[in-house]
Design a protein around this ligand. Structure first.
Ligand SMILES: Nc1nc2c(ncn2[C@@H]2O[C@H](COP(=O)(O)OP(=O)(O)O)[C@@H](O)[C@H]2O)c(=O)[nH]1
Ligand SMILES: [Mg+2]
Length: 399
C-alpha cells in the first residue's frame, strides 16, 4: 500500500496546480472556489538515492522511474477539497472532507503566501497567511476535541463497570485517528493531566485534543505563490516569527513547477523534478514571453533551490512521517527472476527492523523468516537489526 499524502487548504491557494504539477494529470484549475468537488487521487514521487549504481548496475524500477542516480518512488497524492469554516461541524463538504483527510498519512497544507485570497478564497489584498495556518489547525483541533469529548462521555458512562480504563476508552473512540491507548496515555501525562477527566478544564481538553492531533496528523506547510513579491515578504516575516517556528514551512511555487513540467512535456526544455536548473532544448520553439517566463522561473529555483513541490512531498514523507527507504535484493545478484535489477524500493516506518521489512514485502517472508543478508556488506543480519536508508536486503526463509 503506497503512503498517502493529503493536500489541504482553503479554496484558490493552488491545491490543484500543485496536484497537477506533482502528478501531471489534468484536473481543472481556476481562480474560483470549489473547482474540485471530488478529491482527486494521483501518483506523485519522492526521490531517493538509488542503490543499483553502488553495485555498478542500472536499475529497472517496476513502479516509478530512475534518472541519473536517483530513484523516484511512488506515493499517493490526494487533493482534499472542502476546507471551509465550520467543516468540523459538517458545514460545506465537512464530513466528506474529514473522512478524506483521515485517510491521509500526512498532510501538506497549501497556504497562499501572496495574501491575495481571503478566507473564502476570494480575491483580496494583504491577507495574513498566519490566519490560514491557524484556521486549519483550529478546525482540526475542534474536530479532534468533539471526538475526545465523546470518548470522555463514554468513559464516564462506564464508570460503574470494573476495570474501565480512560486511555482504553479514549483510544477506542479516537481509533479512526490511528492512535492507541499507550499514545493517549503518554499525551495525557505530557499535558500534566491526571487520568480523571472530571478534573480537566475546557482548556485542558482542547490542549489534549490538539496534542493528539499534532501526533497523529503530521503536517508540512507549503508556502505557495512565493513567486510574488508579497509572497516573499510574508515568507520572511512568518519564518522569523517564533510562534510559527514549530512548523516545517517549505517555500513553493506550484505554478513554476507546472510551467516547467509543461515545457518539458512539450520537449522545449529538459527538466527533472526537484532540480534547481533546467536546459532549454528548443530555443527557437519559444516565444519571447516564454523565454522571459522561464528566466523568471530560473531565478526562483536558483534562489530557493527548487520550485518546492518535490521538497514539500519529501519533507512530508521523510521528515514528518519519518519513513526510510530500502531495496529487496539478492546476495548473488540484484536481478529478480526476470533479470530486472532492483525492481522495488520500499518506504517503511523509520523504526522498522529487518523482520518488519520481511513482513512488509510479503507475510510469507515474515512467517518463514530465518535471517537477512545485508547485500552491501555481504553479511548475515538478524531480524531485529534496524533498517537504514539505502539498505539492500535479501530475506532468507525456511521455504
Ligand atoms: N502566482 C502564483 N499563482 C499560483 C500558484 N499556484 C497556483 N496559482 C494560481 O492560483 C489560482 C488558484 O489555483 P488552483 O490550483 O485552482 O487552487 P485550488 O482552489 O486550491 O485548487 C490559479 O489562478 C492558479 O494559477 C503559484 O505558485 N504562484
Ligand atoms: Mg482545486
Amino acid at each position: 500500500m503506497p503512503y498517502k499524502i493529503g493536500l489541504v487548504g482553503k479554496p484558490s491557494v493552488g491545491k490543484s496546480t500543485f496536484f497537477n504539477a506533482a502528478t501531471m494529470n489534468n484536473v481543472d484549475e481556476a481562480a474560483y472556489p470549489f473547482t474540485t468537488i471530488e478529491p482527486s487521487v494521483g501518483e506523485a514521487y519522492v526521490r531517493v538515492r538509488d542503490a543499483a549504481p553502488d553495485f555498478g548496475e542500472t536499475p529497472d524500477p517496476r513502479v516509478g522511474f530512475y534518472h541519473d542516480g536517483t530513484r523516484y518512488v511512488p506515493v499517493k497524492l490526494v487533493d482534499v477539497a472542502g476546507l471551509v469554516p465550520g467543516a468540523h461541524e459538517g458545514k460545506g463538504l465537512g464530513n466528506k472532507f474529514l473522512s478524506d483527510l483521515n485517510e491521509a498519512d500526512v498532510l501538506i497544507h497549501i497556504v497562499d503566501f501572496s495574501g491575495e485570497t481571503d478566507a473564502e478564497g476570494e480575491p483580496t489584498e494583504n491577507h495574513d497567511p498566519r490566519e490560514d495556518i491557524d484556521f486549519l489547525e483550529n478546525e482540526l483541533d475542534q474536530w479532534y476535541l468533539g471526538i475526545l469529548e465523546k470518548g470522555i462521555e463514554r468513559f464516564e458512562n462506564k464508570q460503574r463497570q470494573p476495570d474501565v480504563k480512560l486511555e482504553v476508552e479514549l483510544a477506542e473512540q479516537m481509533s479512526a485517528f490511528k492512535t492507541n491507548k499507550n499514545q493517549i496515555k503518554k499525551l495525557i501525562l505530557r499535558e500534566g493531566l491526571d487520568l480523571e477527566p472530571g478534573s480537566w478544564s475546557s482548556e485542558d481538553r482542547l490542549a489534549l485534543a490538539s496534542s493528539i492531533r499534532e501526533e497523529t496528523k503530521p503536517m508540512v506547510i507549503a508556502a505557495n505563490k512565493l513567486d510574488t513579491e508579497n509572497g516573499r515578504e510574508n515568507f520572511e516575516a512568518i519564518t522569523s516569527d517564533e510562534e510559527y517556528s514549530h512548523l516545517e514551512i517549505v517555500p513553493c511555487s506550484a505554478h513554476a513547477e507546472k510551467a516547467l513540467k509543461n515545457a518539458d512535456d512539450q520537449g522545449l526544455i529538459d527538466y527533472w523534478p526537484g532540480k534547481n536548473d533546467f536546459d532549454i532544448v528548443e530555443e527557437s520553439g519559444l516565444s519571447e514571453e516564454q523565454v522571459q517566463g522561464l528566466n523568471e522561473i530560473r531565478e526562483f529555483i536558483e534562489e530557493f533551490g527548487e520550485t518546492g513541490v518535490q521538497k514539500a512531498l519529501e519533507t512530508a514523507v521523510f521528515e514528518e512521517l519519518g519513513l526510510k527507504y530500502v531495496f529487496p535484493g539478492g546476495a548473488d545478484g540484484l536481478g529478480d527472476e526476470h533479470g530486472n535489477i532492483l525492481p522495488d524500493c520500499f518506504l517503511v516506518p523509520g523504526d522498522s527492523t529487518v523482520l518488519d521489512f520481511a513482513f512488509e514485502i510479503h507475510s510469507d517472508l515474515g512467517e518463514g523468516f530465518l535471517h537477512g543478508i545485508d547485500c552491501r556488506e555481504n553479511r548475515q543480519v538478524s531480524g531485529d537489526r534496524e533498517i537504514e536508508n539505502g539498505d539492500v536486503i535479501e530475506i532468507v526463509t525456511t521455504n
